[in-house]
Write a new protein. Structure first.
Length: 241
């Protein structure tokens, strides 16, 4: 991927300068501050990317996520696979190839990667398994069903693929792409002992889904601690008459 921008310095600055709080460069900073308070992007880990038409905005690697500034943003031309903005001396996020996998395969509008404890624990309660499953939980209704074009229903079983972690984040790309292909109804991929990648049609849908997923991961972990099966059936109610 070329790191020399075809744009002038002024054009590059204009890409990340806006008074509009909904501009991707501003939104990424705001959302990272919020996600930091949730424990999703501490220790400079995790991240978020937003696509605006052909331009993909990505926060840099190794930067304190709660202190991001719009001037830190990398901007990538999706069609040309070229950096329009590559702020030195910063390094592009190691998540970039993973975010691109969701943009390429699903036409996503935004991708979120968290190192949430609940996502990590959700992979650990499914030791040796290739998927996380949960059923009969209200918040499942917040998760899209790409295969049907709608959303999951309350009684549906939500299934999320789990891929194995690698020594380097960028080396996850192949298995992430395979999981996206093998599970057409998923909008997230869990990474064992690492976290989760979530994508959505828009940044707000991606954020909502990331919150629903995190809620469901926590619910499943707490259910497992109580000896309950997160994917189990609804118990019949006793007739006391
Ligand atoms: Zn990560």
């Amino acid at each position: 991927m070329a790191s020399i921008s075809p744009l002038s310095v002024d054009e590059q600055i204009a890409l990340v300068t806006s008074d509009d709080p909904h501009h991707p460069a501003n939104l990424i900073c705001e959302l990272c501050r919020n996600f930091y308070t949730l424990g999703w992007v501490t220790g400079t880990g995790g991240g978020i990317s937003i696509r605006q038409d052909d331009n993909i905005y990505i926060a840099p690697s190794g930067v304190q996520k709660e202190r991001l500034h719009p001037s830190h943003m990398f901007v990538l031309s999706h069609s040309a696979n070229t950096y329009l903005r590559h702020p030195t001396p910063l390094k592009p996020s190691a998540c970039t190839p993973l975010f691109l996998a969701a943009y390429n395969a699903r036409g996503a509008g935004a991708c979120i990667h968290t190192h949430s404890h609940w996502a990590v624990l959700a992979t650990l309660i499914n030791r040796g398994k290739k998927t996380f499953r949960i059923a009969n939980a209200e918040m499942i209704k917040g998760i899209p069903s790409p295969a049907t074009g709608g959303y999951h229903g309350y009684h549906d079983t939500l299934e999320i693929p789990i891929i194995e972690n690698t020594a380097k984040e960028e080396d996850l790309r192949e298995s992430l792409e395979k999981a996206i292909e093998e599970y057409p109804n998923t909008s997230a991929v869990l990474v064992r002992r690492h976290g989760v990648y979530v994508w959505g049609d828009t940044v707000w849908k991606a954020k909502t889904q990331a919150e629903c997923y995190d809620y469901l991961f926590q619910l499943a972990v707490e259910m497992a601690k109580l000896g309950l099966d997160p994917a189990g059936p609804i118990d019949p109610v006793e007739d006391e008459s």
